[in-house]
Design a protein around this ligand. Structure first.
Ligand code: PA5
Length: 440
């Protein structure tokens, strides 16, 4: 269901890929047998095929309840606790969903707790008064500062507006099964809760209640999303690099990294994929960027950004590789018509579709960037449906696990995100951080 339509052929010889074969087979065994670094976080690997169906029904029921009680759902979370849902909504919903007549749209999902802007939060509170509101607060640790701060404010808003009992009826907590401040609070005030499994890290959690509950509330077909991921789980279980595009993608990235391509640009020609790029950046950046190694994950929306970043990609520092995600069948088509007076000079495109022009831009860009020394890896996704997106999520999860093992790092930890936190806590005077030395 995902086709590798570009292999960076002029940059990587078939023999180089062949040389990766034994390493891929070894890393595959580490993953399948659960014996590699970080093996305690392999819960995502068979999650689609082993999903607890009773829990799935409970998520769907809660989603329906939210959709009945609210027309705005505030999703509070950061990093892996919000990017997956945001990516899915952005791709799967109508491009102008919030402007559709109410009969044609589902509830609106707004995000909070993914930064600490007072302006953003205060202005969010301003608009909530006009709506019926529900809240899904998501934090695996239950202690992350950004969502915890936002939740403190929004919880107070909900309690003042609805009263304590009704606020509790409208607040849903997704967190660890037993640990953390959020779990403790949810138990005390009786929120409905959903569990982020211990063995699934934040950036791998989109197919757990973290992603599924807000998506279900927004009317997304979460069963189809899981079905797509399940299909990927089955199809991407082959250790043969020529039969497993996720492993081929992983190997190509590592070969190109060894050739000095240290920045990977996630590129799409459909704006709906913008937040898939954001999700992908966390997945790859946190999984691989460690021990002084890794490809820096960046993203761009083409052809928009060809008019801003295009110069650099074509001609700037030669550190880039491009991963293009192409949608084979976009959700909508527009046919270009011939006009009697060809004032804009575009009649030469008559009878072509926008999609075919967009695809030509893609092909032309791959050629141009290749000539400029930027290799492209091309991934073709069937369409913009739940099934295809579920497949794509799993594809990247499997690819990053393989790629990190090939690179020789633990894919599942993120020691590097702690330092800013301990500096910040020390500077803010958080109890317990008195002795932390802040370097300037
Ligand atoms: O990948 C990770 O673990 C992090 O980026 C987390 O997703 C992020 O920090 C949010 O953490 P939590 O869900 O514990 O609030």
């Amino acid at each position: 269901m995902i086709k590798l339509f570009e292999w960076a052929e002029s940059f990587v010889a078939p023999a180089e890929l062949e040389l990766q074969r034994p390493f891929i087979e070894t890393a595959h065994q580490l993953l399948e047998q659960g014996t590699g670094a970080g093996h305690e976080f392999l819960g995502w690997l068979h999650l689609p095929s082993e999903f607890d169906l009773v829990e799935l029904e409970r998520i769907k029921r809660a989603g329906q309840k939210i959709a009945k009680q609210a027309d705005v759902l505030v999703v509070i979370g950061i990093g892996g606790s919000y990017l997956g849902a945001r990516a899915a909504l952005h791709l799967l919903q109508h491009s102008f969903h919030d402007f559709l007549p109410s009969s044609k749209r589902s509830l609106q999902v707004v995000f909070a707790g993914h930064q600490m802007s007072a302006t953003y939060l205060a202005e969010l509170l301003e608009i909530l008064d006009e709506h019926e509101v529900a809240v899904n607060v998501i934090s695996k640790s239950g202690t992350t500062t950004e969502p915890a701060l936002a939740f403190r404010v929004i919880k107070q808003y909900m309690e003042q507006r609805y009263g304590t009992a009704e606020a509790a009826n409208r607040i849903y907590a997704t967190t660890d099964a037993t640990r953390g401040a959020l779990r403790q609070l949810a138990t005390e005030v009786l929120y409905e809760t959903f569990v982020i499994p211990d063995d699934v890290g934040g950036r791998f959690s989109v197919l757990t209640p973290v992603g599924l509950l807000p998506l279900a509330a927004a009317g997304i077909d979460i069963e189809a999303l899981l079905a797509g991921a399940k299909r990927a789980e089955q199809e991407l279980a082959d250790p043969d690099v020529h039969k497993n595009p996720a492993y081929a993608y992983a190997a190509l990235r590592q070969i190109l990294r060894n050739k000095g391509k240290t920045v990977e640009l996630f590129v799409s020609y459909e704006p709906g994929l913008h937040y898939v790029g954001e999700w992908w950046k966390q997945l790859f950046g946190e999984s691989e960027g460690k021990d002084g190694k890794g490809l820096y994950p960046a993203s761009a929306d083409f052809s928009t950004d060809l008019h801003s970043l295009g110069q650099f990609v074509q001609d700037g520092a030669r550190v880039l590789l491009e991963t293009v995600v192409k949608i084979k069948h976009p959700r909508k088509t527009i046919q270009i018509e011939s006009l009697p007076h060809d004032v804009d000079g575009l009649n030469y495109l008559a009878n072509r579709s926008f999609a075919s022009v967009n695809d030509t831009a893609l092909e032309a860009t791959i050629l141009a960037h290749g000539t400029g020394g930027v290799p492209t890896i091309g991934l073709e996704v069937e369409d913009m449906t739940e099934l295809s997106l579920g497949y794509l999520f799993y594809f990247f999860e499997k690819a990053v696990a393989m790629s990190a093992y090939l690179q020789g790092v633990n894919p599942f930890d993120q020691p590097g995100v702690e330092m800013y936190k301990s500096n910040m806590f020390a500077m803010l005077g958080k109890p317990g951080y008195e002795k932390t030395r802040v370097e300037r």
